[in-house]
Design a protein around this ligand. Structure first.
Ligand code: UD1
Ligand code: MG
Length: 466
């Protein structure tokens, strides 16, 4: 039997933020979500989350995760006090308790699985994760013998100078035999620099206590301030890029790009410098992204090119070319072989196969058929100040430069709209629509002579200052 408890009640004072620390985002997920997902594979019988500071907000952020038990710690008097709150909900529980600090987001699931395995094989009362850090400032130090037996943990601020030279560091990840831990939890005392009840103090009270040293010290990075947040983000980004490079994605300048772990790439994708992928993107085989593009929850088919553009909550089918400098907003849905060029914005619109919107256009709440050619500067005027209205353009139609289509409006198939038209009424298939002032030409016309004279006279000089 395994129960998992995530400590997430602390304020995170050192972050200097309105947001509780465990809700800080990192590579597209909150800290606490990352910690929870690192132990998902173990399929624990119970999953408890200790909340306190802004408890409701933390609970609300995890509403989509089912089966979590929220345990309130109020006030927050330290990590030992946090785990004391489990005495009641876990009364009578006979299994192991895995405790994860909510601010240690880089743990690999295999590492936690190994910790659980090692603990069960040795029959220890507690097994904790440790690492040798080059700079363990701020972390608790683990005192252990060569055989892996731990005598105790001392927090950085409570260490003597000599004790601080010990670089074996406490990760804040422990697996306890719960009945044994429950027996010693009430003995904790706040006789330390912070006046808190430390979970780490239980280790000296439990025998045998063992540690497992991780090979990659980055895994145990804890986040207490924004510097550590940025360092952990960098580690996660590096991991994600390396993963996708191994899967067949080319990054021209990997360090200049950021990924989220819900982004999935096909084979032979080329990512040029300065591209950012947020949320759950799907990028098909052979796509060419960038340089300089932002994609968020975008679905791209195969061989799509996106150059210096933003694609958010939009779908783009095979062989389309987007950009440079285009914006596909939520609900843009492009069929295969479309072209979207510079300074074009498309929102909540379906664009049929082979259509082109190449220059300076806004297409919103529209339905375009196939092979439509949208002329430079065409605008769908979709908003009348109160409601949004639809524009329909049939297959094979062309709009001239600088056309305004005032919605609601429907153009049939193979319609031609003359340049500079403002259309307010539907146009049947096959028609030419003109909606502009007729050009007037006056032959042999000269400006009036007196007006021309006035224009030619230089303005009177300003008076000399006295
Ligand atoms: C803790 C460990 C330290 C270890 C480090 C690893 C203790 C006493 N120290 O220090 O040995 O090296 O983690 O990152 O445990 N929390 C609560 N309730 C509280 C206080 C904290 O739920 O009353 C939660 C926090 O939200 C956080 C976690 O416990 O997620 C750790 O707390 P934090 O204050 O960051 O402990 P550290 O000083 O980092
Ligand atoms: Mg911490």
């Amino acid at each position: 039997m395994l129960a998992v408890a995530v400590l997430a009640a602390g304020k995170g004072t050192r972050m200097k933020s309105e947001l509780p620390k465990v809700l800080q985002p990192i590579a597209g997920a909150t800290l606490v979500e990352r910690v929870l997902s690192s132990c998902e594979a173990l399929e624990p019988e119970r999953r408890l989350l200790i909340v306190g500071h802004q408890a409701e907000r933390v609970e609300h952020s995890l509403a989509a995760h089912s089966g979590l038990e929220f345990v309130l710690q109020q006030p927050q008097r330290g990590t030992g006090h946090a785990v004391q709150q489990l005495l009641e909900p876990l009364a009578g529980f006979q299994g192991d308790l895995l405790v994860l600090n909510g601010d240690v987001p880089l743990l690999r699931p295999q590492t936690i699985a190994e910790l659980v395995e090692r603990h069960r094989a040795s029959g220890a009362a507690v097994t904790l994760l440790s690492a040798r850090l080059v700079d363990p400032t701020g972390y608790g130090r683990v005192f252990a013998d060569g055989a892996g037996n731990v005598s105790g943990i001392i927090e950085h601020r409570d260490c003597t100078d000599a004790q601080r030279d010990n670089t074996l560091t406490n990760a804040g990840i422990y697996i306890f035999n719960w009945p044994k831990l429950a027996a010693v939890l009430p003995q904790l005392r706040a006789d330390n620099d912070q006046g808190e009840l430390y979970l780490t103090d239980t280790v000296a009270l439990l025998r045998p206590a063992m540690h497992l040293e991780v090979a990659d010290p980055d895994e145990i990075n804890g986040i207490n301030d924004r510097l550590q947040l940025a360092q952990c983000e960098a580690v996660l980004q590096q991991r994600l890029r390396q993963h996708w490079m191994r899967e067949g994605v080319t990054f021209v300048d990997p360090a200049s790009c950021t990924l989220s772990d819900r982004t999935v790439f096909g084979r032979d994708v080329l990512v040029e410098p300065g591209c950012h992928f947020r949320g759950a993107n799907q990028i098909g085989d052979g796509c060419h992204i960038g340089p300089g593009s932002l994609l968020e929850n975008a679905h791209l088919g195969r061989n799509v090119e996106v150059l210096y553009s933003v694609v958010r909550e939009a779908r783009v089918a095979d062989d389309c070319a987007i950009g440079p400098f285009a914006q596909l907003r939520p609900g843009a849905d492009l069929a295969a072989d479309c072209r979207v060029g510079n300074f074009v914005e498309i929102k909540k619109s379906r664009i049929g196969a082979g259509s082109k919107v190449n220059h300076l256009s806004y297409i919103g709440d529209a339905e375009l058929g196939e092979r439509v050619n949208v002329g430079a500067g065409t605008i769908t005027a979709n908003y009348d100040g109160v409601a949004k209205h639809r524009t329909v353009i049939g297959s094979g139609s062309k709009t001239g430069a600088n056309s305004v289509l005032v919605a609601p409006i429907a153009l049939g198939a193979n319609v031609t709209v003359a340049a500079g038209s403002t259309l307010t009424k539907d146009v049947p298939a096959g028609a030419l629509a003109l909606g502009r002032a007729r050009q007037l030409v006056k032959q042999n016309w000269q400006p009036r002579q007196d007006a021309a004279d006035a224009a030619a006279t230089p303005p009177a000089a300003a008076p000399e200052p006295r």
